[in-house]
Design a binder for this molecule. Structure first.
Ligand SMILES: [Zn+2]
Length: 371
């Protein structure tokens, strides 16, 4: 399965449709929710029915929908695919199918740009994630991406087992010796983690194992790894890979929610003090038009109608005259998706926030500004 990267998304976001509409289709094909292929077809039918009613007469969109339908009906290997993201603009020969190992919200958007917001959100949601499990003689290192295992290393340093049959004085010496061996083992575990980090790279690292061991291990990690530490993972070092994977996804989700909360707090402070922060669709689109946005924050699923200027490209919440060039603007069914695309084209960071009530209160969209 090809791994999607921020570059894949930026390439899509920079696609120029030359005025033709682009169809973006997100389809949940999760076998746990939709066990039979006909369940998937039904999911798609319902989605496409709505779009066909709204799509009007664009032959390009008609072709897009036919092609998407034929693709899905043609059958899918769903053993590792839980979500599809399909982008099509038949008039401009755009056809891109991205298979995701995680579920998506089923949705079809016809717009003048590919609707990459949900894809961006998925990639953020599942950064590369390292897990290091250790006890006094065993260490296991895993790297997950998009909820899939992509790398594992195992290390076993056996400790002497016969010290309990010796005399007390001798036992003391052996215990010291065993502690030294255990510490050496943890150093090696920290080295393995750093080597894997250099080879694979990961955004976050979660440690798991007995508290005392993990406390000691934390102190032995390379500073780069210490910077990436997040909440501990509640699994035993001997857990199955699937248990570890599921627990890692829980820790990762929690980590992502915390990161979102932190950046929304920054936004709230910036907006409150009137320094380098704006909130609400109108203000955000104005800041985007002036290329002042550093980070765009959007509540997951937020959509709003708006306007786009065919002459200078500027977006606005209120039409129909462009405030920049006075040209007449075109109405858009969803200007938020365009705002995400504009932000990405300007190399802004885009943060899609899930269930963040503070951002909802601020108008579901906001921006930290460069100046
Ligand atoms: Zn204009």
């Amino acid at each position: 399965m090809p791994v999607i990267t921020p570059e894949t998304i930026r390439d899509l976001a920079s696609f120029k449709s030359e005025g033709f509409p682009v169809t973006s289709c997100y389809l949940d094909v999760d076998g746990r929710r939709l066990p039979r292929h006909q369940d998937v077809e039904h999911e798609l039918d319902v989605l496409l029915r709505d779009v066909r009613e709204q799509a009007g007469t664009s032959p390009s969109v008609h072709d897009d929908l036919q092609r998407i339908e034929a693709f899905v009906r043609g059958g899918l290997d769903r053993s590792r695919t839980r979500g599809l993201a399909i982008f099509s603009c038949s008039a401009q020969s755009l056809w891109e199918v991205i298979q995701l190992p995680v579920p998506v919200r089923s949705r079809v958007v016809v717009n003048n740009v590919p609707a990459v917001g949900q894809l961006e959100s998925v990639v953020q949601e599942y950064d590369r994630f390292g897990v290091l499990l250790a006890d006094r003689q065993r260490a296991r290192m895993f790297v997950f991406e998009l909820g899939e295992l992509i790398d594992r290393s195992e290390l076993l340093d056996e400790l002497p087992r016969d010290y309990d049959v010796r005399g007390e004085r001798e036992r003391g010496e052996v215990t010291q010796h065993t502690d030294a061996l255990a510490q050496q083992h943890l150093r090696r575990a920290a080295d393995v983690a750093f080597r894997v980090f250099q080879e694979q790279g990961f955004e976050h690292l979660s440690l798991g194992g007995p508290d005392a061991t993990i406390g000691e291990l934390e102190g032995l990690l390379h500073p780069y790894l210490r910077d990436r530490l997040c909440a501990r993972i509640p699994v035993a070092p001997g857990a199955s890979v699937d248990e570890i994977r599921r627990a890692a996804m829980v820790v990762e989700t929690q980590q992502e929610r915390e990161a979102e909360a932190a950046i929304v707090n920054r936004l709230r402070d910036a907006v409150g003090s009137g320094t380098r922060g704006v909130a609400g669709l109108d203000a955000v689109l104005a800041a985007l038009a002036e290329h002042r946005v550093e980070v765009l924050l959007v509540s997951d699923g937020y959509q709003a109608p708006g306007w786009s200027c065919g002459a200078c490209g500027v977006l606005a919440a209120v039409g129909r005259r462009c405030k920049v060039c006075d040209h007449e603007m075109d109405e858009l069914p969803d200007v938020v998706e365009d705002a995400v695309e504009h932000a990405m084209a300007q190399s802004c960071k885009v943060e899609v926030c899930i269930d963040n009530a503070d951002l909802d209160v601020l108008g579901r969209i906001g921006a930290l500004l460069r100046f």
